[in-house]
Design a protein around this ligand. Structure first.
Ligand code: ADP
Ligand code: MG
Length: 228
């Protein structure tokens, strides 16, 4: 027992330390980014332009890794509140709409009314954005993105369905493993963050996928009680 407490304390300290380091790395990155942007705007030849563009892309990637990692490890207290899933998802749809429609995707949604969960609203948004972003990135032009919300027993189920590339059994088994990504510019942290946030809500994420056909992510979270 005592060992276990020590272990979890150690992990906490490590998590906090890593989060602090990640935070501290952000500042020099932001400064470097500013200077490279300056070099880029002044570059008079293709080589300089290419190199500075590449450097900026890499800095963006480092920034995404840090942001996603901080989401995971930040030792900040969660702010739990009653979240109306339907209303919340409309906000998420607004955020992602420009991103999806610019690629010709059609969004279908079917949201049951009055379903609430107890969650940190910001983190819940993060989960939904990560899942929708993955769905969109999995699709070529003119795909179909479907988001459904319904009640099942004492749970709220949120489905994010795409008509994208799909995954093999082997790929499915790696989901949520840190840095597992099949994308050139991926961080491989998005799903790890999703799993962690949803598990903290006593929920779970199920995935069904067929290669070449598409994927369905189902997020299952306990329904908030009337008086919660
Ligand atoms: P990233 O998006 O940065 O690659 P994620 O953790 O969000 O990292 O996803 C990890 C990997 O899981 C992706 O690179 C992709 O191979 C696979 N994946 C996730 N969602 C989908 C999806 N909807 N369709 C197909 N593959 C997916
Ligand atoms: Mg992702």
């Amino acid at each position: 027992m005592r060992d276990e407490i020590h272990r979890s304390e150690k992990l906490n300290v490590l998590g906090e330390l890593a989060a602090t380091i990640a935070h501290e790395i952000r500042n020099p990155l932001t400064v470097s980014k500013g200077f490279i942007q300056l070099i880029k705007s002044r570059s008079t030849n293709d080589t300089d332009l290419n190199y500075s563009t590449l450097a900026l892309e890499e800095i963006d990637r480092a920034e995404s890794i840090i942001s996603e990692y901080l989401m995971y490890a930040k030792p900040q207290a969660d702010k739990y509140e009653k979240v109306n899933v339907k209303e919340h998802l409309y906000t998420v749809l607004k955020i992602i709409e420009p991103y999806t429609t610019s690629q010709g995707h059609i969004i279908n949604h079917n949201f049951e009314d009055a379903l609430c969960i107890i969650a940190d609203a910001k983190k819940f948004t993060q989960v939904m954005i990560n899942l929708v972003k993955n769905a969109v990135e999995a699709m070529e032009q003119d795909g179909q993105l479907t988001i459904n919300v319904y009640a099942s027993n004492n749970n709220v189920v949120i489905e994010v369905i795409d008509t994208g590339v799909g995954m093999s059994e082997d790929q499915l088994s790696r989901l949520g493993v840190p840095f597992y990504s099949t994308k050139d510019k991926g961080t491989g942290l998005g799903l790890m963050v999703c799993y962690r946030i949803i598990e903290a809500l006593d929920g779970k994420i199920q995935v069904k996928s067929t290669k070449g056909i598409g994927t369905k992510f189902s997020v299952i979270i306990p329904k908030a009680l009337e008086n919660e």
